[in-house]
Structure formats: structure tokens, C-alpha cells
Design a binder for this molecule. Sequence first.
Ligand code: FES
Length: 121
Amino acid sequence: MTEHVVADADEISDGERIIAQIEGREIGIFRKDGEYHAFLNWCPHQGGPACEGTISGTNESTFDRDSLELEVCWENEGNVLNCPWHGWEFDLKSGDCLAPRDDQLPTYPVKTRDGELVVEL
Ligand code: FES
């Protein structure tokens, strides 16, 4: 892997992102709760620009088969990345797709060194 300095670490406020070009790839680098996470700006559904989507929460639901009651709750506000093309949802820290659960955004190691953001590709 090769290290790439992409920005000063303080250029990204918590809950925000930048999109960097590294070796011909668009990489979204997110800051969440003081940690940095880097994903390929490519959705495993149909290749949309997942890293350009909104950051929000998601609906979690439970269904009781006996009473036929459905309960829907808004969860994980600020921790879910929504692909702008068709709304697939990804965990902002791991890149895991919330449904279907076996998909994931391609991820890259990212760290800070001397105040700079460094992505390994
Ligand atoms: S391309 Fe991302 S949800 Fe379809």
C-alpha cells in the first residue's frame, strides 16, 4: 500500500466529509466522533456515488406476528450514509450495507500524521 496525504486533518469537521482523487479513484473521507473513515465513492448496488449522499439515520422496525402490530423507530441519526441514487444505506464507520447485509463499501485505511490526513491505497 502507498500512503497519500489528502488534506489537513482539521479541514473536516465532525460529521462532514471530503471527496479526494487518489490514483484515479474518488475516495470519500468522513470524520465521525473524531475518527476518520475512507470509502470508495462507488455503491455496490449500481455504482452510484455513495459518498456524496446524505448522512442521517434509518428506520428500524419490529413486527409482531401474533398481534400484527408494526413498530417503526428512527435510529442511528448521523451514523448512516444514504446512496443518492436509490437510497441504499451504509454504516458510516464500517461501510457495511444495512440491507442487504452482505454488501459493503470498499474501505481504505486512513489516519492522521502531523495534522495531515493520510489514506493508504
Ligand atoms: S447505486 Fe447506490 S443505491 Fe443504487
